[in-house]
Design a protein around this ligand. Structure first.
Ligand code: UD1
Length: 373
C-alpha cells in the first residue's frame, strides 16, 4: 500500500492537515501516518485542535518542544530521518511555513522521497522573518507545490519553478472553517464572555518581529487598551506573547484595563465562534487574515507586509503597519462603520482537501474512489 506521511507541529498546521487527511481516507486507498514534531506542546496550542477538527491523534510524536531555531529544527530532523527510514513513505506532505515544515522538507528531499508543500508560493519578501525563509526553502525542495491563490503561482514562476510542479488547489484552511462553522455557532462562548454579536473586537499578537521588540509590543498593546475604551477587546494571549508581557512587567496594566479581556489561547471551535461574530479583528497572524476574508469580517493586520495579498485585494483585510497612531485611526474608522466589504477568493470553497487527495492519488498512481469534483 502506498503511504503518505503528514507533518504537523505548530498550531496553524492542524486545520490544514485535517481536511487533507479526511479526504485521502474517504477518496483513496492510500495509507497515511501523521507525525507530530512537538513544536507546540501545550494542550491549548495542540491537543484541543485534534479533538475540535476530528483529526485522529498522531501515530508518531517526536516530542521536540521549544529551542533556538537551529536547535529545534535540527532535533526534528534527526528524529524524522529515523522515522522516514523505517516507514518508507511514498510521499511526505507538509503545510505552511513553520520550523516543522522546513525540517521535514530538508529530511524528505535528502532521502529522495517526493515532497509536497501545501500553501506553496506565499511570499512576504521579508527575509528577516523565519517563516519567509521556511517558505522559500520548502518550495525550492518540493516536487508538488500546491498553491492557495494565483498570486502564489506568479511568485513561484518568477523564482523559476517549473509550471508542471505548480497546482492551484485553493485554500485548505477554509475547508476546516466551513465544515466547523455550524458547530462553532452553537458554542456559548460569547455568552460566557459577556459579549454581544458584532459588539466586540478580537485581537491576537505573536509575531516575533512584533512581540520580541519591547517598544513595538508596548505600542501595540497601548492601541488595544485604547480600542477597549470603545468596545470590549478579547485578546487570547499566545505563550510567546505572554512571556514577553511578563518580562516587560506589562501584565498589571493590561489586566486593569476595563474592556480588555486577556484570555488563554482558545481551541479551534471556540476561537471560530468569537472571530465569526466580531465587529473587527486586529492581528499579526497569517491564517487569521484568511479566515476573516472567508467570514467577511473586517481585519486590520498589524504588520508592514502580508504574504497573503489576496486577502487585501479581494478580501476584508487591510495592512496597517505597526505605527500605533495609524492603527488607532484605522480601528476608529472600522468601529464607526467605514470598512471595505470583501469577497471570497476563487477556490476557497471547502473542497481543497478533496482536490489535494485526488492529486496525491494521481501522483502515486492510485485510483480515486470518486470522480474529481
Ligand atoms: C510558530 C511559528 C509561526 C506560527 C506560530 C503559531 C515558526 C518559525 N514559527 O511560532 O509561524 O505563526 O507558531 O502559533 O515555526 N511555547 C509554549 N507552549 C507551546 C509552544 C510554544 O509555551 O505549546 C512558547 C515557548 O516558550 C517557545 C515560544 O512559545 O519558546 C515560541 O514557540 P515556537 O514554536 O518557537 O514559535 P511560535 O512563536 O509559536
Amino acid at each position: 500500500m502506498k503511504k503518505v506521511i503528514h507533518i504537523v507541529g505548530a498550531r496553524p498546521n492542524f486545520m490544514k492537515v485535517a481536511p487533507i487527511h479526511r479526504a485521502i481516507k474517504a477518496r483513496t486507498s492510500l495509507g497515511q501516518l501523521v507525525i507530530h514534531t512537538g513544536q507546540h506542546y501545550d494542550a491549548k496550542m495542540s491537543d484541543v485542535f485534534f479533538a475540535d477538527l476530528g483529526l485522529p491523534p498522531p501515530e508518531i510524536h517526536l516530542g521536540i518542544g521549544s529551542g533556538s531555531h537551529a536547535e529545534q529544527t535540527a532535533k526534528m530532523m534527526v528524529e524524522m530521518e529515523k522515522v522516514f527510514l523505517k516507514e518508507k513513505p511514498d510521499l511526505v506532505s507538509v503545510v505552511g511555513d513553520v520550523n516543522s515544515t522546513i525540517a521535514a522538507a530538508l529530511v524528505t528531499s535528502k532521502l529522495a522521497i517526493p515532497l509536497s508543500h501545501v500553501e506553496a508560493g506565499l511570499r512576504s519578501f521579508e527575509r528577516h522573518q523565519p517563516e519567509e525563509i521556511n517558505r522559500v526553502v520548502t518550495d525550492r525542495l518540493s516536487d508538488l507545490l500546491l498553491t492557495p491563490s494565483r498570486d502564489a503561482d506568479a511568485n513561484l514562476l518568477k523564482e523559476g519553478i517549473d509550471p508542471k510542479h505548480i497546482h492551484l488547489v485553493g485554500n485548505v484552511m477554509i475547508d476546516s472553517l466551513l465544515s466547523s462553522k455550524e458547530k462553532a455557532d452553537q458554542l456559548p462562548t460569547l455568552k460566557n464572555l459577556g459579549l454581544e454579536p458584532k459588539g466586540y473586537v478580537v485581537a491576537t499578537l505573536h509575531r516575533p518581529s512584533n512581540v520580541d521588540n519591547p517598544k513595538l509590543l508596548a505600542g501595540l498593546l497601548g492601541v488595544l487598551m485604547d480600542v477597549a475604551k470603545e468596545l470590549p477587546v478579547v485578546f487570547p494571549v499566545h505563550p510567546r506573547t505572554r512571556k514577553m508581557i511578563a518580562e516587560q512587567g506589562l501584565g498589571p496594566k493590561l489586566e486593569q484595563t476595563p474592556g480588555l479581556k486577556l484570555v488563554d489561547p482558545m481551541g479551534y471551535l471556540e476561537f471560530l465562534s468569537v472571530t465569526s461574530q466580531a465587529k473587527l479583528v486586529m492581528t499579526d497572524s497569517g491564517g487569521l487574515q484568511e479566515e476573516t476574508t472567508a467570514l467577511n469580517v473586517p481585519c486590520l493586520t498589524m504588520r508592514e507586509q502580508t504574504e497573503r495579498p489576496i486577502t487585501v485585494e479581494v478580501g476584508s483585510n487591510e495592512v496597517v503597519g505597526t505605527d500605533p497612531a495609524r492603527i488607532r485611526e484605522a480601528a476608529n474608522r472600522v468601529l464607526a462603520g467605514d470598512f471595505k466589504k470583501g469577497r471570497v477568493p476563487e477556490l476557497w470553497d471547502g473542497r481543497t482537501g478533496e482536490r489535494i487527495a485526488d492529486l496525491y492519488a494521481r501522483f502515486l498512481g492510485v485510483e480515486t474512489k470518486r470522480a474529481f469534483g
